[in-house]
Design a protein around this ligand. Sequence first.
Ligand SMILES: [Zn+2]
Length: 291
Amino acid sequence: MYTLAIDLGGTKLSAALIGEKHDITQRRELPTPASASPQSLEYALAELTGHYQGKAHRVAVASTGIIANGVLTALNPDNLGGLNHFPLQACLEKLTGLPCLVLNDAQAAAWAEYCLLSDRFRHVTFITVSTGVGGGSVIAGRLLTGPHHFAGHIGHIQADPHGPICGCGRTGCVEAIASGRAIAAGAKHDLRGKDARAIFARAEQGHLQARQLIARSAEAIAQLSASLKALLDTECIVLGGSIGLAPGYREQVEELLTRLPPAFHLPVYPARYRHDAGLMGAALWCEYCAT
Ligand SMILES: [Zn+2]
């Protein structure tokens, strides 16, 4: 039994075959169509899935956005442009003739990381800090998706009522303070206009403002982790994303957590699947749902 796993991100579209031993083969990648029109996405999906014709028994998709009943929507519709309300599941079923299951990408990654830790923990929360901030929680061995498929949009928990306006319309969300986009937006003087990657490089050279911007991000993620422990009694945090996995960042979050009262302490592990988290999470979730 092979699963054709697909990861639809804001910038790239990847696919691979995942076997029963969870081996990833025949990985392919395309840029997500820049025009973001339904027709261009359908064309790109047709091109991608055409390579796997006759090789898989089912399709599992991890996608950006909110996936409600197989349809792609977004908290901030500007993020998806013309792809808002794209019928992802129906489109892939039509293209492949196979049953298809679609899941939010951070929820998929949370499930993948949980599967690696399930011999030790039953309550695991995954946080990705990248261009945005997202996540997913597994509680008592069950992935939380929610009645509106909104569970895990933890980047939109408020961190500072006087903070910047977030893309979702709310004020001071964690995402508006901790994400790569927020780190870049907060840069002033000689760092103005630099992206998060450049700011991390300057911080490593000891640049004070760069270090402060990263510390502010790590503080928001540490406080978010503590809030999630209070809410869910999660046993650990798994931190992923390009910022979450940047050298020294996770250690900063962990150190900031130790300054809080002991009830809020919890271990913070690095995500292990990295760029395969969406593909693997969707395939593992599909396998779990089929049993
Ligand atoms: Zn928000």
